[in-house]
Design a binder for this molecule. Structure first.
Ligand SMILES: [Mg+2]
Length: 146
């Protein structure tokens, strides 16, 4: 069992607070942000290396979830994103999955369901990273001529 590292992004401060508390209790390493821009700033710092999965609210003022998703995927293609949506914005969550989001989740979210998705997304991300390392090693071996 891996311990996923997660960034929660949602403009509802109380929602983030509660979710972070519940995730920490389950052994998840959590960062939080309250806007798309703040999420990108966090990932641009040391956040990218330690983040496996971003939980991303669809509906936020300023940069919305879809714009934030595009920017995250452009700068950090390996990070997995789970879209977080209300009933009114499921369409946007589906749009997000067409553009590289791993999955989506409806609010209010069931913590067991969320934990499952988080673990699956984190496993996918780390396997993806391992494959790239392997390919890089193969390339180096090829160049050496062994
Ligand atoms: Mg919102």
């Amino acid at each position: 069992m891996i311990e996923p590292s997660v960034l929660v992004v949602d403009d509802e401060v109380q929602f983030v607070k509660t979710l972070v508390k519940r995730l920490v209790k389950r052994g998840v390493k959590v960062d939080s942000a309250h806007s798309g821009q703040q999420a990108l700033d966090t990932l641009a710092g040391s956040g990218a290396t330690r983040t496996d999965v971003v939980i991303l609210d669809v509906k936020m003022p300023g940069m919305d979830g879809l714009e934030t998703l595009a920017a995250i995927k452009e700068a950090h293609p390996l990070i997995e994103v789970i879209m977080l949506t209300g009933h009114a914005t499921v369409e946007s969550a589906i749009e997000g999955m067409k553009h590289g989001a791993y999955d989506y989740l409806m609010k209010p979210c069931d913590l067991d369901v969320l934990m499952n998705k988080l673990n699956q997304a984190a496993v996918k991300k780390r396997e993806h990273e391992a494959k790239i390392l392997e390919a890089r090693a193969t390339l180096i071996a090829l160049r050496r001529g062994d």
